[in-house]
Every structure is written in structure tokens, then in C-alpha cells.
Design a protein around this ligand. Structure first.
Ligand SMILES: CC(=O)SCCNC(=O)CCNC(=O)[C@H](O)C(C)(C)COP(=O)(O)OP(=O)(O)OC[C@H]1O[C@@H](n2cnc3c(N)ncnc32)[C@H](O)[C@@H]1OP(=O)(O)O
Ligand SMILES: CC(=O)C(=O)O
Length: 538
């Protein structure tokens, strides 16, 4: 039978101690709902003794009716005072939630240096605070701060801290690697020793990622007997972060046969990770294990050739199990398998042994050598494949463009673009202003095309990136522009390369509009709602 592990999420508390992460009460409520849907057991919502935003979260979260237990975090009573009169403990109680996470010192050095009190007083602070919260009916998770460092310096004292917490009634004794410097072998040894010294004690672990070992250390603790793990979505947290639950949950459940969250929820993992990253406004690393967009992306031709035969050749699990998906990238490292797979995906028939397939691969490699990058520009790649196989209707052709940038005496800068296009045999000339050259070009292109292709009204540019290509390379002084565009259904990316940033932007912009018009055929004139001449597509 599978052993259950209690999952304690601290994204809303330790996660927000990460640099650059700040969540409003509304953000926290949304994330709490998502974590609850995923099936975590505890959600640590914040520190009521710290700020009003967290107090607001604890007040409002109660009406959400979540299944997870909400926990309020705080430290033990101040030295030489009464738990009953401690303001911080009062605020934890006032949060009105069923659980409290109480942090207490487990390293003698910290007791002397940070708290500036005696070892005996620290034990009393821990015992009194836990006993008080228990008397008030809360479930108490005791976070033994710096437990592993403390144990290495003074094992008797660190053990005495846990014993005192247990005697006072703590429901979980959580050993923290607060500075993140402990190694997996040490964690295993120490947790095993604690398990022997405190038989049957409900042990947990909380690790930090300063040596990039937070996940490994948590796994080591579980293997040594810990049955409660603390971590955050995407590993957010103080300094280098906390143990990443998005790596821990699938590793424990899919590979080590522990039960962490309901089996059917595991497929929500990728979506949860991306949702939280959106709200936290932190880009996810593409190579984040399990949930990153490249976690199952195959680039090397040899890999792609094999995964097309059987994906187990280069995938450690089926991506769908964690809600992710397989991707095949096309680049200068591609072989025919990459290109064939991409062609198949967009419904193009390409004969693997044909001269045409070889020419397409050579063309992609040549363009990548010039600085293009197709793995991040799926739409440009699709246009290239369709052009090469003759499966595209060119709905407009470019004749020329001009740019003016004017800075006035008043300090404002205005960009103006003039574009000449040919649509359905007719030459069009439009001009438009913008708050920058790319915006002006975009506006001028739209002005010319929307009367003919009204669906372009629905699309907009959502991201724009410029990269100066390596000067050591043969592509010296070139820039690569990547543009992401969206409509209400989907997003697509295009690329342009040139020695001139405006020309590279233009190329990516034109590709973006050509892609938006894929599937449309030659326009025919109609009268638009404004009475001017327009065209429809069939
Ligand atoms: C390992 C962790 O992640 S613990 C959580 C860390 N997170 C945070 O600190 C974020 C929220 N913190 C806060 O908003 C503030 O620090 C507060 C409101 C909690 C406290 O603010 P202040 O009263 O101004 O104190 P300050 O921030 O300087 O913290 C240091 C005080 O906490 C005391 N303290 C630290 N740890 C503990 C503990 N485990 N038990 C009791 N007191 C403690 C220190 O002794 C010191 O008090 P002193 O100056 O009287 O000696
Ligand atoms: C409690 C906690 O966040 C730590 O010790 O790292």
C-alpha cells in the first residue's frame, strides 16, 4: 500500500519572501483556490503579525470553503513574556483559521546571537507558545528553524527543542534547513537519528535551495521517515527559494509510490505552475522540470527520430501525466524527423526521402546560421514550410516602407511610418503614427490591410524582444526580433533578422499578419460599415 505524505504549501508565506514576489490579498485568494483544487493539505497563507494584507487574506479565505487547512505563520512568544500577552500569538489566533505554523529556534548559536537569550528560555518560549495555541484549539505545525545546522553543532539541544515541542502538543515537528546548506546524506542521517530518538513522532521537513538541493534533501528526509513536506509552487522563496513542489509531487507520487495529492489532480500540475507564475508575474524557466515548456521539448535530430518511434526513448514520464505536452523543435540541430514531425503537425504532406524535404532542412539551417531562430518562432516556421511546399496563398505583397522619427522642442517623440503594399493587384499607400517605430509600422500595416481583412482587428502584438547577435559570430552587428501576437483564441510567434532593427521588426510583423491570415483566400471587394471600399475572404 502507498504511504501518504502531507503536503504543506508555503507559496503564500515563504514564497513571498523571494525577491521580486509580492502578492495582493486578491492574488493570494486566487492562488489558494488553485492550490486547493490541486489537493494540497495545508496552505500557509501569510503572517498575521506582519501586515494588514495578510490579515485581510485570512478574513476573506474563510468564505471560500476550501478543503485544505489554512495555516497562519508566526514566531514563538518574545523572550521573558507571557504567551497569553504576546501580540504576535494573539494575531495568529485572531486570523480565525484552524492551523498555526509556529517557528522556533533549534540552533544554540541562533538562540545566543539572534534572540540574545538563554537556551532554557528559548525552550520555554517554544513550549509555552505551542501549549497556548493548542489550548485555543489550533492544529500546530512546529517549524524548527535551522534544525539541521543546530543538530550538527549541538545535537542534544536540537533534539531537546523537538522534544519540548512534542511535549507541548505540536501536531507536526518540522525540521528546517533554513540556510539551505545541508547535503542529502546529512539530511538522511539526521532525520533517521531523530526518528530513532523520537519513535512515532510526526516528522516533517522544510528545505531551502541554496545548494540547489532542496528537492533532493526533501526526498532524503522522506526516505528517512518524514511524512510531511513543506515547499512552494515553482520553488519561490527566500534567497534561492524553497523546495519546489512542482518537482516533488510527481517525483514522490509517480516514481516513489507515495500518495501526495489525488491521482487525478496530477494532470493539473503544469497548469497550476503556470497560473501561479502569471499571478506572481515571474517568468518560468523554460527548462523547469516536469512543468516547463521545454521539459518535454526535443531538439536534437537523433532524439526526435527516436521519439517518433517511441517517446519513452527520450522521455522519463508521459508529459500528459503532469498536464504538460511533448514538443518538437526545429533548428540547425534538426534532422529530417524534426521537420517531418512539424509538417505533419500542421497537416502538410512531406515525403521523407524527397529532395524537397532535404532542401527545407538545408534552408532552415542556412537561415539559423544567419541568425534566425525558429524554435521560438513557430509561426515563421510554419510559413516557411508552407511556402516551400507551395501551400500558401500570398494575400498581399510588400513594396516599400519609410520611417520618420521626430523629437519636438517640447520633448515628445513621435514616430511615423509609411507603407506601400499590393493587395489583390492594387497598390496601397498608408501612413500612421505610433508611440515608437514598431507601433507606427504596425498601425500603418493595419490601416492598409484591415479594410480587406477585417479579422486582423482581433489581433494585437503581445510581446516584442530584440537580441543583438553575438559579435564574435559571423552574424556580427545583426539583431534578431521576436514578436508574439495574440487574438482571442491563440498566440503565435514570428522572427525577423537584419542589420537594422526596424527592418528585422518589419519582417517579424509582416510574418505575424501573414500567419493571422493563413487559411484565408483572395479578398473580394465589399462595402464596409464605414462606407469605404473593403474586401471579404472566402
Ligand atoms: C525562517 C523564516 O523564514 S522566519 C519568517 C521570516 N519572515 C519574516 O520575517 C517576514 C515577516 N516579518 C515581519 O513582518 C517582521 O519581522 C515582524 C512583524 C514579524 C517583526 O517585526 P519587528 O518586531 O520590527 O522585529 P524584527 O523584524 O527586527 O525581528 C527581530 C525580532 O524578532 C525576534 N525573533 C526572531 N525570531 C524569533 C522567534 N523564533 N521567537 C521569538 N522572537 C523571535 C528577535 O529576537 C527580534 O526581537 P528583539 O529585537 O526584541 O530581539
Ligand atoms: C520556517 C522557515 O521558513 C525556515 O526555517 O526556513
Amino acid at each position: 500500500m502507498s504511504t501518504s505524505i502531507t503536503i504543506f504549501d508555503t507559496t503564500l508565506r515563504d514564497g513571498t519572501q523571494g525577491e521580486g514576489i509580492s502578492l495582493s490579498a486578491d492574488d493570494k485568494l486566487k492562488i489558494a483556490k488553485k492550490l486547493d483544487d490541486l489537493g494540497v493539505h495545508f496552505i500557509e497563507g501569510g503572517i498575521p503579525g506582519s501586515n494588514n494584507k495578510d490579515i485581510e487574506f485570512f478574513r476573506r479565505v474563510q468564505s471560500l470553503g476550501l478543503r485544505a487547512k489554512i495555516s497562519a505563520f508566526g514566531s514563538t512568544r518574545r523572550k521573558h513574556s507571557l504567551a497569553e500577552q504576546d501580540e504576535n500569538l494573539q494575531r495568529m489566533l485572531a486570523a480565525g483559521v484552524p492551523a498555526a505554523t509556529l517557528v522556533g529556534k533549534a540552533w544554540d548559536f541562533h538562540v545566543h546571537t539572534a534572540l540574545q537569550t538563554t537556551l532554557e528560555e528559548n525552550l520555554a518560549m517554544i513550549g509555552d507558545s505551542i501549549a497556548y495555541l493548542k489550548r485555543k484549539g489550533l492544529e500546530v505545525v512546529f517549524d524548527a528553524e535551522h534544525f539541521f545546522d543546530g543538530y550538527k553543532h549541538n545535537p542534544e539541544y536540537a533534539a531537546a527543542v523537538l522534544s519540548r515541542a512534542r511535549e507541548a502538543g505540536a501536531d507536526w515537528l518540522v525540521m528546517c534547513d533554513t540556510n539551505g546548506g545541508t547535503l542529502p546524506g546529512e539530511v538522511h542521517e539526521i532525520v533517521s537519528a531523530v526518528g530513532l530518538a523520537l519513535p512515532g513522532a510526526p516528522l516533517g521537513v522544510h528545505t531551502h535551495n541554496d545548494c540547489e538541493l532542496a528537492v533532493a534533501n526533501t526526498l532524503a528526509a522522506v526516505q528517512a521517515g518524514a511524512r510531511h513536506i513543506q515547499g512552494t509552487v515553482n520553488g519561490y522563496g527566500e534567497r534561492c527559494g524553497n523546495a519546489n513542489l512542482c518537482s516533488l509531487l510527481p517525483t514522490l507520487q509517480l516514481k516513489m509510490n507515495y500518495t501526495c495529492i489525488p491521482h487525478e489532480s496530477m494532470a493539473q500540475l503544469t497548469n497550476t505552475a503556470r497560473y501561479v507564475s502569471e499571478i506572481a508575474n515571474v517568468n518560468m524557466p523554460v527548462n523547469q522540470p516536469y512543468v516547463g515548456s521545454a521539459a518535454f521539448a526535443h531538439k536534437g535530430g537523433i532524439h526526435v527520430s527516436a521519439i517518433l518511434r517511441d517517446s519513452r526513448t527520450y522521455e522519463h514520464i508521459e508529459p500528459e501525466k503532469v498536464g504538460n505536452k511533448q514538443r518538437v523543435l526545429v533548428s540547425e540541430l534538426a534532422g529530417q524527423s524534426n521537420v517531418l514531425s512539424k509538417a505533419q503537425q500542421i497537416g502538410l504532406h512531406l515525403d521523407p526521402s524527397s529532395e524537397q524535404a532535404r532542401k527545407i532542412i538545408d534552408r532552415i539551417k542556412e537561415l539559423e546560421h544567419q541568425g534566425y531562430q525558429f524554435e521560438g518562432a513557430d509561426a515563421s516556421l510554419e510559413l516557411l514550410l508552407r511556402e516551400a511546399t507551395g501551400e500558401i496563398d500570398e494575400l498581399f505583397t510588400f513594396e516599400s516602407f519609410k520611417m520618420l522619427v521626430e523629437k519636438t522642442a517640447g520633448g515628445s517623440v513621435v514616430s511615423e511610418a509609411f507603407v506601400k503594399l499590393n493587395v489583390a493587384g492594387e497598390s496601397l499607400y498608408t501612413a500612421a503614427e505610433g508611440n515608437g517605430p514598431v507601433n507606427a509600422l504596425d498601425n500603418a500595416l493595419r490601416k492598409a490591410l484591415i479594410p480587406y481583412f477585417p479579422s486582423l482587428r482581433d489581433m494585437h502584438l503581445s510581446d516584442y524582444k530584440v537580441r543583438v547577435l553575438d559579435e564574435q559570430d559571423q552574424t556580427a552587428a545583426k539583431v534578431r526580433v521576436l514578436i508574439e501576437s495574440r487574438d482571442y483564441r491563440t498566440a503565435w510567434s514570428t522572427v525577423g533578422v537584419s542589420g537594422n532593427v526596424i527592418e528585422a521588426s518589419w519582417e517579424a510583423l509582416v510574418d505575424s499578419m501573414r500567419y493571422a491570415l493563413l487559411g484565408l483566400h483572395s479578398p473580394q471587394p465589399v462595402r464596409t460599415e464605414f462606407g469605404q471600399r473593403g474586401l471579404v475572404n472566402h
